[in-house]
Write a protein that binds this ligand. Structure first.
Ligand code: G3P
Length: 228
């Protein structure tokens, strides 16, 4: 059985700044005993704090090199912060020129390539199978299927779209070395178990962990589900 991955996306939730360090610490403890690789993805301003205690990735990166690019985030900046890698193209921060516009695949590929060259892992989010087909050619570390309408809700992607999840996981496995991850609405053990059953290598979870004070129990439950 291959090692499963759990990515905890802190987004820009306030709780990232109150519970984020503790979540990172707990994730590391549990990674050691469970055999599930738990990665945290906090806001940029606390990357340097979590990086000391947990495997950490940024929430995004731009395709540019260091230079006159105010407010951009470069691969170089991520290396300086000593993170392991980054998410890219999350539904809330797409590589597109307008809100619902098409992905700028050329720019995204440039970012993935620059990160890979710098030794950074890349986890690229997709909204559907068509996007997944394009992204797998870029050979990122992982590809995460997250249907936007389920993000932040209580209906999990594994329950709501088992057919597409299965198809997504086979597509990635048969055509690439990337991890097939899924996210959106994932809240507990059953969701995690189901995702493994459908062929996934792991999960991306945000509100289910960040928006509860009982985050340790939720992380435990997800890890148990992934370990089945
Ligand atoms: O990146 C994870 C995310 O978009 C899913 O969010 O709140 O549905 O777990 P959530």
């Amino acid at each position: 059985m291959n090692m499963k991955t759990l990515i905890i996306n802190y987004k820009a939730y306030e709780e990232a700044f109150t519970n984020g360090i503790d979540i990172a610490r707990y994730s590391t403890e549990l990674s050691k005993t469970s055999g599930v690789s738990i990665i945290v993805s906090p806001p940029f301003t606390i990357l340097r704090d979590t990086v000391k205690i947990a495997k950490t990735i940024a929430q995004g990166v731009d395709e540019v090199d260091p230079g006159a690019f105010t407010a951009h985030v470069t691969w170089f900046e991520l290396k300086q912060a000593a993170v392991a890698g980054t998410l890219l193209n999350h539904s809330e921060e797409r590589y597109a020129h307008s809100k619902n516009g098409p992905i700028d695949y050329a720019a995204l590929k440039m970012a993935v390539d620059k990160c890979a060259k710098a030794g950074l892992e890349t986890y690229v989010c997709v909204q559907n199978l068509e996007e997944a087909k394009e992204i797998l050619k870029m050979k990122p570390t992982g590809i995460a299927y997250e249907p936007p309408e389920l993000i932040g809700g209580n209906i999990s992607v594994s329950n709501s779209k088992p057919g597409i999840v299965k198809e997504f996981c086979s597509l990635i496995k048969e055509n690439s070395q990337s991890l097939a991850l899924i996210g959106a609405g994932i809240k507990g053990k059953e969701d995690a178990e189901k995702s493994v059953e459908l062929g996934s290598d792991g999960l991306l979870v945000a509100s289910g962990i960040l928006k509860t004070n009982d985050y340790k129990s939720v992380i435990n439950a997800l890890v148990e589900g992934l370990s089945k």
